[in-house]
Design a protein around this ligand. Structure first.
Ligand SMILES: *Cc1c(COP(=O)(O)O)cnc(C)c1O
Length: 452
């Protein structure tokens, strides 16, 4: 098999995710990569060309492709049990994984409910919160509060609590109504303000929404510290502290969607630790299996669990399921991933890598079309603008970020942008030299993007 043949067959049979297929058709300008194998940070195509996976294959990969520890765990599990229904049955990997996740996450989280992708985890958290209030005699609590520019997945419930219009607006007539509050995005700071100042200033909107709507609200849902799909926009942990305290005061749940930022991505094992706060629901997926297999989990408290624990006839049970809930192969991949965290100084190493990434990217701050270089742990983003002083964005139709993407591919780097934001969110096994290489390719790409 060669790359060209595979691409031809692909384009005749597949419909790709999050893609205008015409971009890849005969008149299109984007190449389709036919990947044959992966190893560490590298992906290799059928012609032997290599690409450094700077975005961890959509933020899922933590310890590289074909990681020997995770490979061995999955092979071992394959000979024991590939899958079994999780209603009425249990198995060792799912029990071990639940115990270890409870141990690693903030104190009051004591129960694991599994799903098979991030969007499904968000649906679980939303339904559970709503159902909790119903079981506790508060059926009037039916609404959710979310932040502007937030992203929680693509299924209708998860999409409804998101606010990235590109993904949402087409389907708006299908969505449940939500209360959307301005985000504490530090990119929007005014002269002289720190990110903590922005957090406090913007929290006034949340406080007002809660004061007005708490009686009819189940939960507030947030992406702690980084709104990833929303363009890697970042906020100060101060916002999490204020939000946790307010949710307690107003008797509203807090759902932390750490699907993208969990597992060491922001510098701590979980972003909430930087508050430090603990949510009533913690949604995890993506890095949970080290980027190997689809799996998601919602952790919650005894308080929530107890509201469902009752005689069957009272119909208070959480009757939600997915066919592949708690799949043993995926759980073994997750256990092997946690093993790596336990055996190696991952967070310490990430701190060094993050420091290096910050230093390497710093000179880009001076670039006349770079409005901001921002970073939280192992996520670093460069925001391109047409006019630096006014922060006027390039018109989205010009798709400037794609120049960086196409240039990256010619240089052996997979730098898929988010609109006019180019970012690095690499596997944790990247080296400082490889970071330097990515930054160099990004800089060259930015020159092409702003010139054309
Ligand atoms: C990716 C993502 C989701 C959705 O997860 P899927 O597995 O793609 O459905 C939800 N929330 C956040 C913050 C994400 O980054």
């Amino acid at each position: 098999m060669d790359s060209r043949t595979l691409k031809r067959r692909d384009l005749a049979a597949l419909w790709h995710p999050c893609t205008q297929m015409k971009d890849y058709g005969e008149e299109g300008s984007l190449p389709l990569l036919a990947i044959r194998r992966g190893e560490g940070v590298w992906l290799e195509d059928f012609d032997g060309r290599r690409y450094l996976d700077a975005i961890s294959s959509w933020w899922v990969n933590l310890f590289g492709h074909a990681n020997p520890v995770i490979n061995a765990a999955i092979r071992d599990q394959l000979d024991e049990l590939e899958h079994v229904i999780l209603a009425g049955c249990t198995h060792e990997p799912v029990v071990q994984l639940s115990e270890r996740l409870i141990e690693k996450t903030p104190e009051p989280l004591t129960r694991c409910f599994f799903a098979d992708n991030g969007s499904a985890a968000v649906e679980v958290a939303l339904k559970m919160s709503f159902h909790y209030w119903k079981n506790r005699g508060h059926p009037e609590k039916q609404r959710f509060i979310c932040l502007s520019n937030s992203y929680h997945g693509e299924t209708l419930g998860a999409l409804a609590v998101g606010a990235v219009e590109l993904y949402r607006s087409t389907y708006a007539p299908l969505m449940m109504p939500v209360i959307t509050v301005p985000a504490p995005d530090c990119f929007e700071r005014e002269a002289g303000e720190t990110c903590a100042d922005v957090a406090r200033r913007q929290f006034a909107h949340m406080e007002r929404a809660l004061a007005e709507h708490a009686d009819e609200t189940c939960a507030v849902i947030v992406e702690p510290l980084v709104q990833c799909a929303g363009g890697m926009r970042m906020h100060d942990p101060e916002y999490l502290r204020l939000l946790r305290a307010a949710c307690d005061r107003y008797d509203v749940h807090l759902i932390a969607d750490e699907i993208a930022v969990g597992f060491g991505r922001t510098g701590t094992m979980f972003a909430c630790e930087q508050g430090p706060i603990s949510p009533d629901f913690l949604c995890l997926s993506k890095g949970l299996t080290g980027g190997y297999l689809p799996l998601a989990v919602v952790l919650t408290t005894d308080e929530v669990y107890d509201a469902f624990y009752d005689d069957y006839e009272r119909l208070n049970a959480f009757l939600h399921s997915h066919s592949y809930t708690g799949n043993p192969l995926a759980c073994r991949a997750a256990l092997a991933t946690l093993d790596i965290f336990d055996r190696e100084p991952v967070l310490e190493r990430n701190r060094e890598l993050a420091r290096h990434m910050g230093e390497a990217l710093a000179p880009l701050r001076e670039h006349p079309h770079v409005a901001e270089v921002r970073q939280t742990g192992m996520i670093a983003a460069v925001e391109l603008v047409q006019d630096k002083s006014a922060r006027t964005p390039f018109p989205w139709q010009e798709r400037r970020g794609l120049h960086i993407y196409r240039h990256g591919l010619t240089r052996g780097a997979l730098l898929r942008p988010l609109g006019n934001v180019s970012y690095l969110m690499p596997p944790y096994v990247i080296t400082p030299e490889q970071i330097d290489f990515l930054v160099e390719v990004m800089r060259e790409g930015i020159e092409r993007a702003v010139r054309s």
